[in-house]
Design a protein around this ligand. Structure first.
Ligand code: ATP
Ligand code: MG
Length: 584
């Protein structure tokens, strides 16, 4: 097909839009791919829609390749099933809610677990019907608190969501692994640089949930990686490399000291270095006890103390993941007043354990490690308190921050942090929804079997921005061939009527070879046309310019900047050959 720029519904912009923060957003607007409608809402113009459709096609092909069957649910969904799972309430402000003329409640679907489960329950009744994988490529709605970076985080966006249904764990694992491979294939086809990170806390273990993160400095997700081994994980999932235990033998007895006004780690370290302890003390020698209250779902608030080396903060995300599903809060002044044994700034393991406060420590607090910590009296600390000898904690917790340079859990080298954008998520959901809807089928032995599910998402519209984010330069977009809006961009940069006709003929020849051709047949100056070609980012640009008189055209690669001169007669075959080359 030939698309003429003289007719194409497109206006490129010279300047960056005022409100755009990230490169992909600026370029997609400037190049006329999308237009803003309201916060988090965008319209797709012809070029953007072409890229979106190509991405959808790749996603669909890879889903079909693993046996997925495509269906399509409405976006407008009735309340009742969401009440069954309690998500009508749980979503809070996160969803769009509306009423019909009879005052019935609806929501615009943020995700569709409920309806997939109900649909399978409605159609299938025997173990013989499984395994089953269903998917849709569908518009989702979420009233995101911070719609951001254009189509990267929209309030309306397109997601591929799929769900696997199996009668046993083995089936679920198989479905999970085939999704994992399908995702690897689709993202490779789109030339995306990404990592797969374990998304669950180390405590839960396994690979029951993994996220695919596209590497990007503007990403909202932080992850850590080990460059030596390729290990990558969400900060929540990192397990601490535990030092060896130290024999108690010969360790001095703990001693209590008057430390004056030393309620912070910094003041305590200053005191320790002026107290003549015989060695240089750092914050890492102190044990900081952080007090929280924790509530299990449906339970009461309980105290929890967390002991971490004083040079580390407790990381909110890691703490949340480690305590999940419990909620937690820091202690306020009233809580301290109610528990007078807690001497703020001087809390030690002794009073915690003596008063029945659950006490969890960082895994670095191994048996035999000696600490400077609170002595449970204002103005007093204890030196040389040995873990496992002088106190025994109730367990360990992965809540301390992970830092660049920390050893990788696989022992291969140091961890470094990086940022990413979530492009996909695979998750062994289990029976959460099949329990809620009693989705049972008849098993081989004639007894009912509860189905087990996996849930798998890909941010289809987000991918347009992610690819733009990873593939652009100062001049504009640089699409990988697999998702480019056109295969080749023919620029007529010569006023000579013969050259014009020649360019038309070349475009027709490329079209006959099955390529999607963008033909810049406008009357604009060559300079304007070149700028637009660079901005639009089609991977191969053919320039029919001055060389025409000498029987040649120019073939430019938007990725590498490389330019080739080819004879007019060979131009069409040269383009086809170039398109078949691997992209740099
Ligand atoms: P995020 O942490 O980025 O909000 P999520 O955990 O809410 O993502 P899922 O519910 O797993 O995401 O949705 C599946 C996929 O849909 C995500 O991996 C992401 O690529 C995409 N996605 C989620 N929210 C948005 C959004 N607001 N705009 C565009 N794509 C989104
Ligand atoms: Mg989200």
């Amino acid at each position: 097909m030939i698309t003429r720029m003289s007719e194409l519904f497109l206006r490129t912009l010279r300047d960056d839009p005022a409100d755009a923060e990230v490169p992909s957003h600026k370029l997609l607007i400037r190049a006329g791919y999308v237009r803003p409608i309201a916060p988090g809402l965008y319209s797709w113009l012809p070029l953007g829609l072409r890229v979106l459709r190509k991405i959808e096609k790749i996603v669909r092909e890879e889903m079909v390749a693993i046996g997925g069957q495509e269906i399509l649910f409405p976006a407008l969904l009735p309340k009742a099933p969401y009440e069954t799972t309690n998500r009508w309430t749980e979503y809070g402000d996160g969803v769009f809610r509306l009423k019909d003329r009879r005052d019935n409640d609806y929501m615009l679907g943020p995700t569709h677990e409920e309806f997939f489960t109900l649909t399978v329950k409605g159609e299938y009744s025997s173990y013989k019907d499984f395994p089953l994988t269903l998917f849709q490529i569908q518009t989702k709605y979420r009233d995101e608190a911070r719609p951001r970076a254009g189509i990267l985080r929209g309030r309306e966006f397109i997601m591929k969501d799929s769900y696997s249904f199996d009668i046993d764990e083995g089936g679920l694992k198989t479905a999970y692994h085939s999704h994992r491979e399908a995702y690897q294939n689709m993202f490779a086809r789109m030339a995306i640089r990404y990592v797969i990170v374990s998304a669950v806390s180390g405590a839960m273990g396994g690979s029951a949930s993994e996220e695919f993160l596209a590497e990007s400095e503007i990403g909202e997700d932080t992850f850590v990686r080990c460059l030596q081994s390729g290990y990558a994980a969400n900060v929540e999932a990192v397990t601490t490399a535990v030092p060896d235990a130290i024999p108690f033998e010969g360790l001095p007895e703990p001693t209590v000291h008057d430390t004056g006004d030393t309620p912070t780690i910094a003041t305590l370290v200053d005191w320790a270095n002026s107290a003549g302890l015989g060695r240089e003390i750092t914050a890492a020698d102190t044990l900081k006890n952080v007090l929280l209250k924790v509530r299990q779902p449906g339970g009461d608030w309980e105290l929890l103390a967390i002991g971490v080396p004083g040079d580390r903060e407790v990381d909110d995300k890691r703490l949340g993941a480690a305590l999940e599903p419990a909620e937690y809060a820091m202690l306020d002044d009233a809580d301290f007043a109610r528990n007078p044994f807690l001497k703020k700034g001087y809390i030690g393991p002794k009073a915690l354990l003596a008063n029945g406060v659950r006490y969890l420590v960082d895994p670095r607090v191994v048996d035999g490690s000696a600490w400077i910590t609170g002595a449970d009296e204002t103005g007093k600390h204890v030196v040389g308190l040995v873990a496992g000898r002088d106190f025994v904690a109730d367990g360990t917790i992965e809540a301390a921050e992970v830092r660049d340079g920390d050893p990788s859990p696989d022992g291969a080298g140091p961890l470094v942090s990086a940022r990413g954008i979530e492009i996909g998520h695979i998750f062994q959901l289990g029976r959460k929804y099949t329990d809620a809807f009693t989705a049972d089928v008849l098993g081989e032995d004639g007894k009912p079997v509860r189905l087990t599910m996996g849930s798998y998402g890909v941010g289809v519209s987000r991918l347009v921005a992610v690819i733009a984010e990873q593939h652009h330069d100062g001049l504009g977009l640089r699409w990988p061939s697999s998702v480019a809006p056109f295969d080749v961009h023919v620029v007529i940069a010569n006023k000579d009527p013969e050259a014009r006709t020649g360019a038309e003929e070349l475009a027709a020849a490329l079209d006959r070879l099955g390529l999607d051709v963008l033909l810049d047949d406008r009357t604009a100056s060559p300079g304007v046309k070149f700028k637009d070609a660079e901005l639009l980012g089609v991977p191969w640009i053919v320039v029919v310019g001055r060389g025409w008189a000498d029987g040649v055209v120019e073939l430019r690669n938007r990725f590498s900047g490389e330019t080739r001169t080819v004879s007019i007669d060979d131009a069409a075959t040269a383009v086809v050959a170039a398109l078949a080359e691997p992209q740099p």
